[in-house]
Design a protein around this ligand. Structure first.
Ligand code: FE2
Ligand code: FE2
Length: 288
């Protein structure tokens, strides 16, 4: 199937150890349940991590958000960006950091995946906010986009070198998807591994389910799966980062229609993606 040899069974049934979750991340995940937490608590958690604080501030001051005044404090960033969005960013940055550390040879791929994930997050939020005015829902959509490919970071960590070689294969429309390569070599794909980790780390059940089902054609009746699928396609089309699958969605002529998106809306989303591409890449630079 590809130049990579020897299928390797993913140690899923052999006592595979889930990477331990950084303590700060557990606490930040708990703040997702906003009823039980306050902006002050979130601010304190972020302030405990100077690198995270610096990134959030840089992001708030990036071209991505055109705030007039300079954002100097985390509490100001939380007020301007919203608590849920800052929480999502803190989770995403923390996870990608955890997996990039100690994986020098994988870092370039993980960074590309991070850009892809940020792009999908921004696009899902846009799709969602065109359908719902409930801000909290749009922010949850952002988190779903940011973490949909979570399983891939675990594969980079578990199979250094090997997974990179699968990821780096330039795929065309007729090639199998990266999920097929994963199943062939590890006996499990990134959706299942992502679900396992997300469950163990105590993510909200809707997020666990989205991670599990984001490539399942039978799940396309779920609006969030549809929004993530469409965003994934747009991110690939506009080459926002790379997720190991580019080239597979060349013919999208009627796929968006099957997702219940009109031609006019699809054109609008394409314009949005093309306009935001630079900002998303700038966002990536600012947050990396
Ligand atoms: Fe995926
Ligand atoms: Fe993806």
């Amino acid at each position: 199937m590809c130049a990579v040899k020897h299928p390797i069974a993913f140690p899923i049934n052999k006592g595979f150890e889930i990477p331990s979750i950084p303590l700060v991340l557990i606490k930040i995940i708990q703040t997702l349940d906003a009823d039980k937490s306050s902006a002050k608590e979130l601010e304190e958690l972020i302030l405990h991590d100077p690198a995270l604080s610096a990134r959030i501030l840089r992001l708030a001051n990036s071209a991505f958000y055109c705030f007039r005044a300079r954002v100097k404090t985390i509490s100001h960033a939380i007020t301007l960006l919203g608590m849920n969005l800052v929480t999502s960013l803190a989770i995403g940055i923390n996870i990608f950091d955890t997996f990039t550390k100690g994986s020098k040879s994988e870092a370039a791929h993980i960074n590309q995946l991070w850009t892809h994930s940020c792009g999908v997050a921004v696009l899902v939020k846009e799709i969602w906010s065109r359908r719902s005015r409930i801000e909290k829902e749009g922010e949850f959509a952002f988190l779903c986009g940011l973490l949909h490919d979570l399983g891939k970071v675990i594969l980079f960590k578990t199979y250094p070198g090997h997974y990179s070689s699968i990821y780096a294969i330039a795929k065309t429309e007729t090639d199998p998807s990266i999920s097929s390569y994963e199943s062939e070599y590890y006996g499990v794909d990134h959706a299942a591994i992502g679900e396992m980790l997300a469950k163990q780390w105590g993510f909200p059940s809707e997020l666990v389910s989205l991670i599990r089902r984001h490539h399942d054609p039978l799940a396309l009746s779920d609006p969030m799966v549809r929004a993530v699928t469409l965003s994934d396609m747009l991110a690939k089309e506009f080459k926002i980062g790379y997720d190991g699958d580019d080239g597979l969605y060349e013919d999208m002529s009627d796929f968006y229609l099957r997702l219940g998106v009109s031609e006019a809306e699809y054109e609008g989303l394409k314009e949005f993606a093309s306009r935001e591409r630079e900002n998303i890449e700038g966002f990536f630079k600012f947050s990396s």
